[in-house]
Design a protein around this ligand. Sequence first.
Ligand SMILES: Cc1cc2nc3c(=O)[nH]c(=O)nc-3n(C[C@H](O)[C@H](O)[C@H](O)COP(=O)(O)OP(=O)(O)OC[C@H]3O[C@@H](n4cnc5c(N)ncnc54)[C@H](O)[C@@H]3O)c2cc1C
Length: 289
Amino acid sequence: MTLEAALAQTEAGTERSRETRWAEVVSVQQEVTDVATLGLRFIDPSMQRAYSFRPGQFNMLYLPGLGEAAISISSDCNDRSLVSHTVRFVGNVTRGLSRLRPGDQVGVRGPFGRSWPLEQLEGKDLFIACGGIGLPPLRPAISHIVRHREKYGKVTLLYGARTPAELMFTQEYEQWREAGIEVEVTVDRADADWPGRVGVVPMWFYQFRIDAQKTAVLTCGPEIMIRFVIFEALARRVAPESIFVSLERNMKCGQGSCGHCQIGPYFICRDGPVFQFSALEPFFNVEEF
Ligand SMILES: Cc1cc2nc3c(=O)[nH]c(=O)nc-3n(C[C@H](O)[C@H](O)[C@H](O)COP(=O)(O)OP(=O)(O)OC[C@H]3O[C@@H](n4cnc5c(N)ncnc54)[C@H](O)[C@@H]3O)c2cc1C
């Protein structure tokens, strides 16, 4: 599918997405202390069959009496049996989500937003730099790359967490490596058993050799990490058009009406969450972008 076709489909999908649909929690996988992945299945089987999304899109998850939160879809687009969301429990809605058990129901609006432009990046080397809860929105992109590995050049995933215990999806790294992705993991603070890298993602990013002409950088995670990854990528002469960032800001409506998630002229929910850095550059040095 071309990028244009994907965007047209996203827009058509947005019209259909405004309604809340009910889904049942089928599985709860505790990832790390304050993060779990909820596997959801729509109550209406025809909705489950029809539901499709692109890597990087998100849903608004709704709990009656608590409200809605924007949560990225973290499962494989090709898996039609479940739609997964990996949630960090930080506030009202997400703490409510942390109490859900298999059989409970949750409202879902979506999918929303622009996806990672994976078709557009075919033929390029990809450098994926992410931290913490920034990995889940990239996981469907990684599944896509694994499925279409021959369409990309060198693919590197550099993922960081505060401690080894906070690394997510550790059971999948080997499978990604076997598919030809270089998976590099780092932690801010090691423990006695940690044999690997120590230090923040931008610091290690600096150490990797990349062919700036051929490489696209995909990044998601804490805003401070994103900023330094972008600075470093630009310093290495990666073009702003080849840097893609997914932003997570406080969001309310999810459909470009309320302005809560605005950055300059853009609304994250409608124009993002994935942006080409060249579009964001004029707003990059403004506080919180
Ligand atoms: C496009 C998009 C995708 C997202 N995907 C995910 C995801 O996959 N998993 C996930 O866990 N979260 C994700 N988020 C973030 C999530 O939507 C927010 O954390 C949301 O506010 C949580 O709702 P709440 O009611 O639980 O917290 P609130 O009651 O809204 O906030 C509680 C506390 O968290 C702080 N806070 C809220 N949002 C953020 C934020 N984005 N960054 C830093 N601090 C914040 C608030 O300032 C407050 O102190 C995403 C956000 C966006 C915009």
